[in-house]
Design a protein around this ligand. Structure first.
Ligand SMILES: *[C@@H]1O[C@H](CO)[C@@H](O)[C@H](O)[C@H]1NC(C)=O
Ligand SMILES: *[C@@H]1O[C@H](CO)[C@@H](O)[C@H](O)[C@H]1NC(C)=O
Ligand SMILES: *[C@@H]1O[C@H](CO)[C@@H](O)[C@H](O)[C@H]1NC(C)=O
Length: 209
């Protein structure tokens, strides 16, 4: 009797192990709220980017500083498709309000990505996935945190910090008054901005209004 059970156990165990080894890894969902500092590289132009992802409140903030440039770009995205893209610096104040047809990324936005295997990047052993014409995404095998991603344009994010559960206080999500008075200075939004790329290639066109 005991050996029959043991035998059954062995079979079950090997089935489990087999299915584990056969299944390809899938990327972890993004936490519903986090703060991340990213170092961005676009063909050698470097940026520091603060990403405040806040799914429950339907908002996402990309705060972007070009290397040694005091004028910080704020890209505040709401899940209803409205983005406020503005600066606060006294020397160069402007705001553009942009409407796109999709909201912010869902936590499971990487679903359906194609597994490409493992690779050592930025000194971390990573699982790698690709979404064709959109992104290649690297996740640390051990902690399942994102390490790096590369947009199809080559624009690259290196993840420096990843604070799960960090939330930016509400007052910081208030776009400046000159976004609302209709006199805001128009500027052409880069179609290949971080925000437009994160919303997917389809919307890059809408973003580049
Ligand atoms: C940025 O990317 C370029 C390639 O586009 C590369 O040559 C350069 O070394 C990168 N710079 C840094 C600081 O990673
Ligand atoms: C979307 O939400 C933001 C923040 O509540 C608001 O300022 C904006 O007017 C809304 N856009 C639309 C199209 O309703
Ligand atoms: C709109 O905002 C700009 C920038 O702050 C300001 O100079 C202008 O006076 C404002 N216009 C109105 C009608 O409030």
């Amino acid at each position: 009797m005991a050996s029959a059970i043991q035998h059954l156990y062995t079979i079950l165990l090997s089935v489990v192990l087999f299915s584990l080894s056969a299944a390809e890894p899938i990327p972890a969902d993004w936490p519903e709220q986090f703060h991340s500092v990213l170092f961005m590289n676009r063909s050698g132009s470097l940026q520091k980017l603060d990403l405040w992802y806040d799914w429950p409140n339907g908002r996402n903030f990309n705060i972007i500083q070009d290397q040694l440039n005091p004028v910080v770009d704020y890209d505040l995205e709401w899940n209803n498709g409205t983005s406020f893209i503005y600066t606060l610096h006294p020397s160069d104040r402007h705001c553009e309000v942009v409407h796109v047809s999709v909201g912010i990324l869902r936590p499971n936005w990487l679903d359906g990505a194609t597994y490409l295997g493992q690779e050592q990047v930025d000194n971390f052993l990573c699982n790698v996935w690709e979404k064709v014409d959109f992104i290649v995404y690297y996740e640390d095998v051990l902690t399942r945190r994102p390490v790096k991603w590369i947009f199809y344009t080559g624009y690259t994010a290196h993840v420096m910090t990843f604070e799960v559960g960090a939330v930016l206080e509400d007052p910081n999500w208030q776009a400046p008054v000159y976004c609302f008075n209709g006199t805001e200075k128009k500027r052409s939004v880069r179609g290949h901005s971080f925000g437009s790329l994160m919303r997917g290639k389809v919307d890059a066109a809408a973003y580049a209004l």
